[in-house]
Design a protein around this ligand. Structure first.
Ligand code: G3D
Ligand code: MG
Length: 180
């Protein structure tokens, strides 16, 4: 039907080690809507942003509910709540700290255990710190080929690739829903 509009609500999670930039990436993406407080008992914060996608000639509005977990490993109770009904995720490492890259598989296993096979995009964040890079593009690409749909080098500081990454994730999530 012409001009028929579709609306979706997708629960998205940002995962990765502490201090990799998850909260900063959300803040950069959501911009002036950044006023959420952590739900401290849950150890998570939820923010909302609507993105528009052109899907098969139709304009689709997608409400992203972004779940930012405070991100200590082994918070089993929080993970089960935060990762339930998640339709896609951003797995984030800090390009200046190699161990945060090596821990990505832990986070992927944790989210797939609760929401199996959902699309994930890998982010190598803090790309602005060019002098301090400890992870190469090749390493990221190789890891992404195995476990995630695609990857971006981002900077929450400059905003580089942030919008693109969230937008792409919304597209992957929409495809996933269409395949069900
Ligand atoms: P987290 O939510 O994953 O724990 P935060 O990470 O968003 O709290 O960010 C951790 C620190 O990294 C913060 O520093 C933040 O400013 C910084 N940071 C996040 N993203 C970037 C980035 O893209 N580039 C640079 N240079 N720094 C970034 P502070 O000092 O404020 O604690
Ligand atoms: Mg945080």
């Amino acid at each position: 039907m012409a001009n028929k509009s579709h609306n979706f609500i997708f629960k998205i999670c940002l995962i990765g080690d502490p201090e990799v930039g998850k909260t900063s990436l959300m803040k950069r993406f959501v911009l002036d809507q950044y006023d959420g407080d952590y739900i401290l008992t849950l150890g998570a914060k939820v923010m909302k942003k609507i993105v528009q996608i052109d899907h098969e000639g139709q304009n689709v509005n997608i409400t992203l509910l972004l779940w930012d977990i405070m991100g200590q490993k082994h918070f089993k109770i929080i993970e089960s709540v935060a990762f339930e009904n998640v339709v896609g995720g951003l797995v984030v490492c800090d390009l200046t700290r190699k161990e945060t890259f090596e821990n990505l598989k832990y986070w992927i296993d944790a989210v797939w255990k609760i929401s199996p096979g959902i699309p994930l995009i890998m982010l190598g964040n803090k790309s602005d710190l060019q002098e301090e890079l400890a992870v190469s593009d090749e390493q990221i690409k190789k890891f992404s080929d195995k476990f995630t749909s695609t990857w971006y080098l981002t900077s929450a500081k400059t905003g580089d690739n942030v919008e693109e990454a969230f937008q792409k994730l919304a597209e992957y999530c929409l495809k996933g829903v269409g395949n069900e």
